[in-house]
Design a protein around this ligand. Structure first.
Ligand code: G3P
Ligand code: CA
Length: 263
């Protein structure tokens, strides 16, 4: 029996601001998240690491070197030490076209701060980065989400299947997405891989560069959602939309909202 390819857009297609509206503002900072909310993105994506004193903070890299004026590993610094760093000026230097004075001196936010400021105005996709085996970051995140009563607005993703499985065991009600690393050749995933992912996650988030219409159809046929990353050009956004993805991660949420509006 020939299975009909699924090419219709999903019922709800999410615009997820990758590290906030990070094309226009310093990634993973409050201005980037607030701009995403102003642009009417559905969700913000943010990366979480633990400080030395086990506070979840929002930063992409394991070191502060690229996105602040400091140097060192996040895990070796206390929150108080991280607080001293300027997490915005690098953006003004690297992206003068979008530079703004208000970015100078912004700090690395804690997850608590992001939740406090954005509240229930937006959905969240939290990435668990480099889960430290020694500490239970999954438990810490679950507690933080519960403290803010944001269980219904949060999804979690990670490249680490082990971390997602640990989170699923702690709280099976929060939707999880398996991040999938794939390079530039469009491939197919195996059914057995998708069956395994389905035991703990509701969907996968592959690199857009490695997917195709057939790939999307295969994932959807398996009963999983698919939200590729990181789709920054409208040419690719058009493709992703027409393939029937459930959303995209993008540094430019305004661009994808335009694509959705004209379709
Ligand atoms: O949105 C997916 C993406 O966040 C995974 O890669 O390196 O940007 O965290 P990265
Ligand atoms: Ca991320």
């Amino acid at each position: 029996v020939k299975v009909k390819e699924i090419i219709e857009p999903a019922d709800k297609v999410y615009t997820i601001a990758h590290r906030g509206a990070s094309g226009y503002a310093p990634e993973n900072t409050l201005p980037a998240f607030q701009l995403a909310a102003q642009m009417k993105a559905d969700s913000i994506e943010l990366d979480v690491h633990l400080t030395k004193d086990l506070i979840p903070v929002v930063i992409h890299d394991e070191t502060v070197n690229r996105t602040t004026d400091g140097k060192g590993y996040v895990k070796n610094m206390t929150l108080e030490q991280l607080r001293q760093l300027d997490a915005g000026s690098w953006f003004n230097q690297d992206f003068p076209m979008f530079a703004r004075d208000l970015y100078i001196g912004v700090t690395i936010p804690t997850l608590d701060e992001v939740f406090d400021k954005l509240g229930s105005d937006i959905n969240y996709v939290i990435e668990i980065k480099d889960p430290p085996p020694k500490y239970n970051i999954e438990e810490i995140l679950n507690e933080t989400i519960k403290n803010h009563h944001l269980e219904k607005l949060v999804a979690i993703h990670s490249f680490s299947a082990a971390s997602l499985k640990r989170f699923h065991a702690i709280n099976p009600d929060i939707p999880l997405y398996q991040l999938v690393w794939n390079d530039y050749a469009a491939t197919r995933v195996t059914q057995s891989y998708l069956d395994t992912v389905k035991t703990y996650a509701v969907g996968i988030s592959p690199n857009f560069q490695g997917i195709s219409a057939a790939y999307v159809a295969q994932v959807k046929r398996a009963g999983l959602k698919i939200i590729p990353y990181t789709v920054n050009y409208q040419l690719n956004m058009d493709k992703a939309y027409s393939w029937g993805v459930d959303g995209v991660h993008t540094n430019y949420p305004d661009r994808f909202l335009e694509v959705i509006a004209v379709n």
